[in-house]
Design a protein around this ligand. Structure first.
Ligand SMILES: NC(=O)c1ccc[n+]([C@@H]2O[C@H](COP(=O)([O-])OP(=O)(O)OC[C@H]3O[C@@H](n4cnc5c(N)ncnc54)[C@H](O)[C@@H]3O)[C@@H](O)[C@H]2O)c1
Length: 351
């Protein structure tokens, strides 16, 4: 499809391209929507195989941010930027300062943060050139505890929907990935009385969670076939697919990983199999809530309180799914679209 047709079909407001040959900077900022507020989404630094692949990723990811921010009930639109190049480079200041100037040129219509291939130190360089950056070390800090708390609330809401009680005492939860999100989630679930089964490709990480919570550790792909009430994917995306689905014996799936469904049809399949699936971008919105809190000047407690609301949001998604007879992953999109269509914010673009 031609570029302008793609923008029109996906609903983007604008896509900007910038280059600074003096440092090899090549960046794209995609602003999908500013209907609810400034477009917020991180900067991905990746060695794309072609310029077209980079544009495609920016378009896809920025649209995803509009939906995520809308469902989370935040006054934020959706955007994303990508920097094309090798993210292992040690020569970062010039690149990220060039990116900061590019972000600044949008006058606040776009706010950036970390994403794949970028970290807090990179955002400190961006910050030297613009105020429109979040996820800074000395401000809101690590979003993972807030993300994990939101996932925990999503697990509770899914249990409520499934068993008419959000009491997790004695429920068996399988957690894939014991990194930042997985280990904080394990702690909350353990405190709520759940029994845990965990896996991580890094044995030390799995063992740390086992020591803290009494979890049983399983190896690698075994996690997909364990007998558990709830599955919480907290590692990588695409893990709900043709290979894993036949192994699942879970009643509920609710986790922190992004893009859990390899393809939309796998969300349809979960529905057919009778599994209660809390859509990933609803469950893991605590991360973006934390970033919004930084922009809005909230303290950590207020961000955690906002992440509490993920419980009600997940229940609303299930309600829409039921009343419209659609799978939950489509119902989440419907909820986002309803908010985008109905809410009028005071926010005005700077230009
Ligand atoms: N950190 C946040 O605030 C946040 C917010 C929203 C979404 N997410 C998403 O949540 C997921 C986890 O994020 P994180 O910050 O905890 O990352 P992380 O890198 O700290 O943890 C991921 C863990 O998964 C493990 N892992 C990787 N492949 C695995 C596999 N095949 N089996 C088992 N374990 C495996 C890694 O060893 C690591 O310990 C990612 O998909 C991320 O995009 C994170």
């Amino acid at each position: 499809m031609e570029l302008f047709d793609r923008l029109a079909s996906m609903g983007h407001e604008e896509v900007l391209v910038a280059s600074d040959p003096s440092c090899g900077y090549r960046g794209i900022i995609a602003v999908h929507s500013t209907a609810l507020g400034p477009a917020l989404g991180g900067t991905r630094f990746w060695n794309y195989e072609s310029d077209e692949a980079a544009v495609t990723d920016a378009l896809r990811l920025s649209r995803g941010m509009t939906y995520k921010n809308a469902v989370a009930g935040l006054d934020l639109g959706g955007g994303k930027s990508v920097i094309v190049g090798d993210n292992r480079t040690t020569d970062r200041e010039a690149i990220f300062r060039a990116h900061g100037r590019f972000v600044e040129s949008l006058g606040g219509r776009y706010i950036t943060a970390e994403d794949v291939g970028t970290g807090t130190a990179d955002m400190d360089f961006v910050h030297l050139e613009t105020e429109h950056v979040a996820g800074l070390k000395e401000r809101s800090g690590d979003p993972s505890p807030v993300t994990a708390h939101g996932v925990f609330r999503s697990v509770q809401a899914s249990a409520k929907q499934r068993w008419d009680s959000d009491d997790l005492t004695g429920k068996v939860v399988a957690i894939q990935g014991c990194g930042n999100v997985g280990r904080y989630l394990a702690k909350e679930l353990h405190e709520a009385g759940a029994k845990l089964i965990v896996s991580d490709i890094d044995p030390d990480r799995a063992q740390r969670v086992a020591t803290d919570t009494g979890a049983q550790v399983v190896q690698g792909d075994e996690i997909y076939s364990v007998k558990a009430d709830i599955f919480a994917p907290c590692a990588m995306g695409g893990i709900i697919n043709d290979d894993t689905l036949p192994k699942f014996q879970f009643a509920v799936i609710s986790g922190g990983a992004n893009n859990q469904l390899l393809e939309p049809r796998h969300g349809d399949k979960l529905e057919e199999m009778g599994m209660q699936y809390a859509p990933d971008y609803v469950a893991n919105a605590g991360g973006v809530i934390n970033v919004f809190g930084e922009v809005a000047g909230w303290d950590a407690q207020r961000a955690l309180k906002k992440a509490d609301e993920i419980y009600d949001t997940v229940l609303s998604v299930f309600e829409i799914a039921k009343s419209e007879g659609i799978p939950s992953y489509k119902a989440a999109d419907r909820l986002a679209e309803n908010r985008l269509a109905s809410v009028q914010t005071k926010w005005k673009p700077a230009r």
